[in-house]
Design a protein around this ligand. Structure first.
Ligand code: KIV
Ligand code: ZN
Length: 540
């Protein structure tokens, strides 16, 4: 293996999905995995199969469909397991049908975790690691071991545990700063110490896994890489537990933009970063902050007059990366209302989307509907339309019509017409404090899914008065009827929250669509209805 190559291990579907509100359906996980494979990640951590039967099934599907390729270049598909036989069995059940399966098992090594969480002596921890790594090795060759909370562990103890893990068959040693506590100097020194003092380290890959509690995750990961780590565990948009994980796009673009310093490379096609980032944001309902490095809406915007002047004279005055490098197109007019189905299909293919005939018909109808109302249709609009179509695979209830009256005279009133699970039509009117409140109230009177709205955000996808509106909502089921899921790091059950996303040139229609998409996910999780269909749109 080229020693200048840094493997990108993406854990969006595992650590990322653990973040509050990021609950994804199996169809969404599959599409994200497909996009990650296309992006060029080396490893996809597809989930924590012991968490629930749904999680297991999603990992199995990804292993089968994304973890196999005719060209033999499928990414490694990894399943997470605590250091116990049940979890390791489930992880293997999840990944075994991938061309390149990996089991990732972990056990905490910091004094505080061993004493209070595990209630184990250090000697017992060493024994458990030996036993469980060896157990996983009986299933597959590719074994990753993580000493959880390595950032707060005793260094000599870590060298010992890691040395034993290597002897028992681990092929990757991942070093997590689980609570985001270390500084770049400390974390770099930790990796340096591991490289110098762990017996057998030269035969395995060392990996970094940093959390962002102090905003240092990317800096720490890069310090670890400079000290010799050759795998970075990251998530798209940096989503993850609490303040999140190291963000994929930041590590990859730092390595690329500052290649004279790092002298390293990754296998990522950076031109797909923007698209993949938007997909993850749309599906998870986790909105990207505008000033987020690389993928935020303002990351390449130049407002200040003095900056604009410099940019006009020479782009490099204020721009260290070209927008095209990360896949930001110039938002050109690409199609209009007179464009035919053939031109539409050809353009989508050029953008890398392969759609089945059925899905093409749906997306073409949606395109025509938008083109009738919006003069300029750009690549960004098309991407949003397709992403939205992919993220609405299940529609127990869909929006069939909406009329709203609002303003300063009279009560804001909404009348909604929904198509229900059996094709039945429901019409309901409601008043509210504003048009959105009235619309959501009318929907609530039809759909029996009591919930609390946690987050609501509205964005314009492109510039201009006729820009399409993009709405994200996040809600929590009210009556505890949703089966909960265990977190891998502790025995607590996680509260399930559901994200929804909707786009439309009419902002209130986008609100209704996003609310319905979250409610549909909640209904699916409640077990009231079965998943009516799986999607067949492929991001090529
Ligand atoms: O942060 C952490 O310690 C983890 C481990 C499971 C690797 O996510
Ligand atoms: Zn983590």
């Amino acid at each position: 293996m080229n020693n200048n190559y840094v493997k990108i291990f993406d854990t969006t579907l595992r650590d990322g999905e653990q973040s509050p509100g990021a609950t994804l359906t199996s169809a969404e996980k599959l599409e994200i995995a497909r996009a990650l494979a296309k992006l060029g990640v080396d490893v996809i951590e597809a989930g924590f199969p012991a968490a629930s039967p749904d999680d297991l099934q999603a990992v199995q599907q990804i292993a089968k469909e994304i973890g196999n390729s005719k060209s033999g270049s499928a990414p490694i598909i990894c399943g997470l397991a605590r250091a116990n036989k049940g979890d390791i069995d489930a992880a293997w059940e999840g990944v075994q049908n991938a061309e390149n399966p990996r089991i990732h098992t972990f056990l905490a090594t910091s004094p505080i975790h061993m004493k209070y969480k595990l209630k184990m002596d250090p000697e017992e921890v060493v024994e458990k690691v030996k036993e469980m790594v060896a157990y996983a090795k009986e299933y597959c060759d590719d074994i990753e071991f993580s000493p959880e909370d390595a950032g707060r562990s005793d260094h000599d103890f870590l060298y010992l545990v890691l040395g034993e893990a290597i002897k028992a068959g681990a092929t990757t040693l991942n070093i997590p700063d689980t609570v985001g506590y270390t500084t770049p100097e400390e974390f770099g020194a930790l990796i340096e110490g591991i490289m110098a003092n762990t017996p057998g380290i030269e035969n395995v890959v060392v990996s970094v896994h940093c959390h962002d509690d102090l905003g240092l995750a990317t800096a720490n990961a890069l310090a670890g890489i400079q000290a010799g780590a050759r795998q970075a565990e990251v998530t798209m948009n940096g989503i993850g537990e609490r303040a999140g994980n190291t963000s994929l796009e930041e590590v990859v673009m730092a390595i690329r933009t500052r290649r004279q310093i790092y002298e390293l490379e990754t296998g990522i096609d950076t031109t797909l970063l923007t698209r993949t980032s938007r997909m993850v944001s749309n599906y998870t309902g986790i909105v990207i902050q505008p000033n987020k490095a690389i993928v935020g809406a303002n990351a390449f915007a130049h407002e200040a007059g003095i900056h604009q002047d410099g940019m006009l004279k020479n782009q490099n005055t204020y721009e260290i990366m070209e927008p095209a490098m990360v896949g930001l197109s110039n938002s050109k007019l690409v199609l209009g209302k007179h464009s035919g189905r053939h031109a539409f299909k050809a353009h989508l293919e050029e953008m890398g989307y392969e759609l089945s005939d059925e899905d093409l018909n749906i997306s073409f109808k949606r395109f025509k509907d938008v083109a009738d109302r919006k003069k300029v249709i750009t690549d960004i609009d098309l991407e949003a339309l397709i992403a939205d179509q992919i993220s609405q695979p299940l529609e127990f209830y869909s929006l069939d019509g909406l009329q709203v009256s609002c303003g300063t005279m009279g009560l804001p009133t909404a009348t909604v017409r929904l198509c229900g699970p059996d094709g039945d039509i429901h019409v309901q009117a409601a008043v509210g404090t504003g048009p959105v409140d009235a619309t959501f109230s009318a929907i609530d009177q039809i759909v029996d899914a009591p919930n609390t709205l946690l987050e609501f955000s509205v964005n314009a996808i492109t510039e201009g008065i006729d820009a399409m509106g993009e709405v994200s909502v996040r809600l929590e089921a009210e009556n505890g009827s949703i089966p909960k899921r265990k977190s891998p790091q502790n025995n607590f059950f996680q509260t399930r929250t559901f994200g929804g996303h909707g786009i439309d040139p009419d902002i209130i229609v986008a609100c209704a669509k996003s609310y319905l998409s979250a409610l549909n996910k909640l209904l699916l999780a409640s077990g009231k209805y079965e998943d009516p269909k799986t999607i067949s749109v492929k991001v090529g």
